[in-house]
Design a binder for this molecule. Structure first.
Ligand code: DGJ
Length: 728
């Protein structure tokens, strides 16, 4: 063994002997750090829950650096979590522990620099009822002048090597949440976002690490990590020649160096960390439970079945048309109608996407009776009413822009690059006046029309110009961070005043699927691509971190407006029904049979809604494994009810499809099978039959390869099944 390594290990073990052991526990997880005053805290353990005996007899980890929060500049040739330029220009920081505090469920490890008056708190919050540890960092400047933060990760976590695989998610418009699985190899794996506004496009701020080879859905040790932040992020895994991978997560520091003034504290976003011995789905269940319980707005309240007008009529909004759509969705059993884009603008009526954002007044030519008329019609049909807005944006063709050209994001001394429709611009959310204005959009609507039940909050542009007309020239690099502080403050104000409002986060589709956004929103739009087949892939990836209750999934028309694929109404229903079911279609173009099938499906969905929206997910066969099918199921907490989804993802003659073993049931219970959304001429051979949980999980049920519908027009290559299982 090399002398230096030997010395390092010796130091580590002597440190282990003296150090204070800090433990953060949840129901089934333990994290242990050793904190020795005057030294850098060390990670000792993160994984399955430890007994008191094991906690007292932990072996010191070997073969790598275990620093809890490495700072740049002193004995730090490897990657750092924190780097700063001190007021005097020095780039060196050395953090050592000064103590530990455990209060109100939060553990704070206090650190300070050995020379400069800079302090850092490493914070950990472990939940007792769900398996989640939130961690974040608070950096305080006690120097007389500002220090500049150039790297400011929320956390760092060493992960022991040994065939570790990473699951991450990529995809831009129309292809969000696509799963990518790969082994971690030496070098750097970087996942980051630079959009400025919509941080779940291109790549997502969540990863899972499968510790024993390629991730399995229902077995194996897996760590999950999600950044809870609406802005640009950076997730990085460094693999050098030690025995560890080093995971860093936090705000993306690119073009965002931060001047921290005297006495100011910089609080990083939280990283949610989870661990499960029950595979990828196990970690998903932990995120879903924590998310529903503590993060998502109204996380435990069932969602309404809705019709959204976008794919049905696009910008072609008018009073009569809205009334007809409301009548149609009401007659199919829907509970809410949402009027999408195209309803507003006075001087510049919104006819297409090139004008009017910012002018949130009704276009009286399209809607002579205003929102009042629409609310009246909704009441008449016995449903609720919702409305679309895009509050953070303006068009240069708008009365708002004419009055406040200084409210938009643009580079100093330059003309703004314009986005959608050739005229879209982003409002500068770092400016408190803009925050007030954005708040007032929701406030005015809700004050005038308190019956509005739902708001779809859209955001269709990135920060395409780096520049704030509000921030000083010296602080231009604060734009990305201040934008999201402003966004968050505004959302908090809205939620404080309108706690019961349902709000959807949409950002050119799924651009805002992030746990930093969802405390203010009830759900997000998964994608503008509503093609059922591609949705299986997107919803699969999205389900890794987000529960079905938050995933808006709508039945739309065929040929699909994005990919032009034709699938049967059953297939479209069966895919949408695995999320928060809705419709996005012109019902007047549907046949009576299609309407009848949807009516029946909505009725059945309402019966199983608590299982899908509030149950535990067990993913069974991945579409990414290309076995010709995909399958997953939801099971209620008592394991007495379950909904099983099975979708074909390919169609070939003599294809050899696997039989799917179920999961999550009680082996000892007996379950009766009932097919939902049945279109077949004859019932399945298993209809009404009873099987043991053991048999269903060890063997599974044979699914016929194709549907044999009562109506010839319903024949399709894309067949699917949904089964309801109820314990006897
Ligand atoms: C983008 C969204 O993703 C769509 O659902 C729709 O609301 C349009 N914007 C409206 O312009």
């Amino acid at each position: 063994m090399k002398k230096t390594l030997f010395l390092a290990l010796l130091m580590l073990s002597s440190q282990m002997a003296e150090a204070k052991q800090v433990t953060v526990q949840t129901k089934n997880m333990t994290m242990v750090l050793n904190v020795d005053e005057g030294k850098q805290p060390q990670y000792v353990y993160f994984g399955a829950k430890l007994s008191d005996y094991d906690l007292a007899h932990l072996q010191a980890p070997r073969g790598g650096r275990m620093d809890a929060y490495p700072a740049y500049g002193m004995d730090c040739p490897a990657e750092a979590a924190l780097a700063m330029r001190h007021a005097d220009g020095s780039l060196a920081t050395e953090l050592v522990a000064t103590g530990v505090e455990q209060q109100d469920g939060v553990t704070r490890i206090h650190l300070k620099d050995t020379v400069y008056p800079v302090t850092v708190d490493l914070c950990y919050k472990g939940y007792q009822d769900v398996d989640m540890i939130e961690t974040w960092t608070e950096i305080r400047n006690g120097e007389a002048k500002p220090v500049t933060l150039t790297q400011f990760a929320s956390c760092c976590l060493p992960i022991r090597r040994g065939n570790v695989w990473i699951s991450s998610f990529y995809g831009s418009w129309g292809n969000e949440g696509i799963l990518c699985e790969e082994p971690l190899t030496p070098g750097e794996k970087i996942i980051k976002n630079k959009d400025g506004v919509r941080n779940a496009h291109t790549s997502r701020g969540e990863v899972m690490f499968s510790l024993d080879g390629k991730g399995q859905e229902n077995s194996g040790d897996v760590i999950g990590a999600a950044i809870c932040y609406s802005g640009n992020y950076l997730l990085k895994v460094e693999t050098d020649d030690s025995d560890y991978h080093y995971f860093f997560a936090g705000i993306n520091p690119d073009n965002s160096e931060y001047h921290l003034r005297k006495g100011e504290t910089f609080v990083t976003p939280k990283i949610a960390l989870s661990f499960s011995k029950a595979g990828l789905s196990g970690v998903s269940r932990n995120f879903h439970k924590w998310g529903r319980e503590y993060m998502l707005a109204h996380g435990n309240k069932e969602r309404k079945v809705l019709l959204n007008s976008w794919e049905g009529v696009y910008f072609d909004i008018n009073q009569q048309g809205m009334d007809q759509m409301m009548g149609d969705i009401a007659s199919m059993g829907g509970e809410l109608f949402v009027m999408d884009d195209g309803w507003f603008g006075d001087k510049y009526p919104r006819k297409t996407d090139n004008s009017s954002l910012g002018d949130w007044v009704v276009d009286r030519n399209k809607l002579p009776e205003g929102i009042e008329g629409l609310l009246r019609d909704a009441k008449k049909h016995g449903i609720k009413f919702g409305i679309w807005i895009e509050p953070e944006m303006a068009n240069t063709v708008s009365e708002l822009y004419e009055a406040h050209p200084d409210w938009i994001i643009k580079a100093p001394k330059r003309e703004p690059v314009q986005g959608r429709g050739g005229t879209q611009v982003v409002l500068d959310m770092s400016n408190p006046k803009v925050q007030d204005y954005v708040f007032s959009i929701v406030d005015n609507l809700m004050t005038k029309y308190p019956e509005i039940d739902y708001i779809k909050w859209d955001a269709n542009m990135s920060v395409m110009n780096h520049g704030s007309q509000y921030l000083t020239m010296n602080d231009q690099s604060h734009l990305y961070i201040e934008y999201h502080r402003g966004f968050q403050k505004t959302c908090q104000r809205i939620r404080a005043k309108y706690p019961d409002l349902t709000i959807q986060a949409c950002a050119s589709g799924g651009g805002r699927a992030n746990w930093g956004v969802l405390p203010y929103f009830d759900e997000f739009w998964v994608s503008d691509n509503t093609d059922a087949l591609q949705r299986i892939y997107m919803q699969w990836g999205t389900s890794y971190f987000f529960p079905a209750i938050a995933m808006a999934a709508h039945i739309s028309a065929t040929p699909n407006h994005t990919v032009q694929r034709t699938t049967s109404i059953k297939y479209r229903i069966d895919v949408a029904m695995s999320g928060r079911l809705g419709m996005e279609i012109q019902p007047k173009n549907m046949t009576d049979v299609e309407k009848e099938i949807c009516r029946e499906a909505i009725k059945e969905y309402k019966e199983v809604r608590p299982i899908v929206q509030l149950g535990d997910i067990f993913r069974l066969v991945s579409p990414y494994d290309k076995k010709g099918i995909a399958s997953l199921m939801y099971v209620n907490e008592e394991k007495t009810k379950s909904v099983f989804f099975w979708w074909k993802t390919e169609s070939f003659q003599n294809e050899h499809l696997p039989r799917v073993k179920m999961a999550g049931l009680d082996a000892k219970k007996m379950y009766k099978v009932h097919e939902l959304n049945r279109i077949d001429r004859f019932p399945m051979d298993i209809e009404g039959k009873v099987f043991s949980g053991e048999y269903l999980m060890n063997n599974g049920l044979e699914m016929p390869r194709s549907n044999n519908p009562k109506w010839a027009s319903m024949r399709s290559d894309w067949s699917s099944r949904v089964l309801y299982l109820e314990a006897e």
